[in-house]
Design a protein. Structure first.
Length: 333
């Protein structure tokens, strides 16, 4: 069984083929992230393995490699996601030196997939894909609206000495429009401010339409998630698009590791008379980060020899000059 490790990037992807024993086969491939990506990659895979089934292991970068994973899965190959930390651990384990390159990273991804058979497998869910498009588009619109609101607020403050409220609300936009129409402004300035208001109104309409569409898609997908206090339809949509089908995680620990919120167990230290730190008991395990003073347990604090201040140096120089003067006067004829 051949495993192809892929290190995804924004502009290029690097692929390395590794057999089950851990030995590289063939030459690495660097392919551009463009329209010919899937065609070139599949041709390279066939030149190494023929028609034999393979496993494509991709370092977890959904933003850069989601289209790549979809294409490989539709081509009939198994696709798994390798967490970044797991790939980094295998890079340190298998690298002969401390060097780091895209080819070394791709090989480490393949080694991690071979050593960890229970990795997350890529799936294509049409409802989730449709929801992801809406969520990404809404996020971009909100960013544009924030920029337009900041520009309008700055210009209104400069020209009218007026500070409006939340311009995402139609009532506040209407009040700003009234203030601009009643103010004494040059025609071009008035038109620019009116265009800014019109742009914000249009973005608000698009965001409202997207909220309605997202609500219709999320309600049948995650009814239990919507029952959680504090999670709206938009928050649930973001969670669904980032996590996907939650049933693909066999345990809650794997879900926590995937989302990056898995706590690290740490035994709280106690300070003895010498200033060193020791673990109190093995049972008192809490999830926390050790304080900075406890990270070098068992080592004595190093004393620093601070240099003399300018005032001390002046006193020393004065004493030295006084001693030299008294010594020279005592030996003078």
């Amino acid at each position: 069984m051949v495993t192809v490790g892929i290190d995804p990037h924004k502009h290029v992807h690097v692929a390395v083929a590794v057999e089950a024993g851990g030995r590289r086969i063939g030459k690495p491939l660097t392919v551009g992230n463009d329209e010919s990506l899937i065609t070139v990659l599949l041709k390279w895979i066939r030149s190494i393995t023929g028609d034999a089934p393979i496993t494509c292991a991709i370092e977890d970068g959904r933003g850069f490699a989601r289209r790549l994973a979809d294409g490989l899965l539709l081509a009939g190959h198994e696709v798994v996601w390798v967490p970044t930390r797991l790939a980094a651990a295998h890079r340190k384990l298998h690298a002969a030196t401390g060097a780091k390159s895209d080819q070394i990273d791709a090989a480490a991804v393949a080694h991690a997939a071979i050593a960890t058979p229970g990795l997350d497998r890529h799936r294509i869910d049409e409802c989730v894909r449709e929801l992801r498009v809406l969520v990404d588009y809404r996020s971009d619109l909100v960013k544009r609206r924030t920029m337009a609101i900041n520009q309008l607020k700055a210009q209104v403050h400069v020209w009218l000495d007026h500070t409006p409220g939340d311009l995402a609300r139609a009532r506040n936009l209407a009040s700003v429009t009234t203030v601009v129409n009643n103010a004494t402004l040059r025609p071009h300035v008035r038109q620019a401010l009116i265009d800014m208001v019109t742009e914000i109104v249009e973005i608000n309409r698009r965001v409202h339409d997207l909220d309605t569409a997202i609500r219709q898609l999320v309600t049948p997908l995650a009814p239990a998630l919507l029952e959680v206090t504090g999670i709206s339809h938009n928050s649930a949509a973001v969670l669904i698009t980032e996590i996907g089908d939650i049933s693909r995680f066999s345990t809650s620990a794997k879900l926590a590791r995937y989302t990056g919120c898995a706590p690290i167990p740490f035994i709280p230290p106690t300070r003895n008379g010498t200033g060193c730190t020791e673990a109190a008991t093995a049972d008192s395990t809490v999830f926390s980060t050790p304080p900075r003073s406890c990270r070098n347990a068992g080592t004595q604090p190093r004393k620093r020899s601070w240099p003399a201040t300018n005032r001390q140096r002046a006193h020393e120089e004065h004493d030295a000059s006084s001693n030299a003067t008294s010594w020279t006067s005592s030996i003078a004829p």
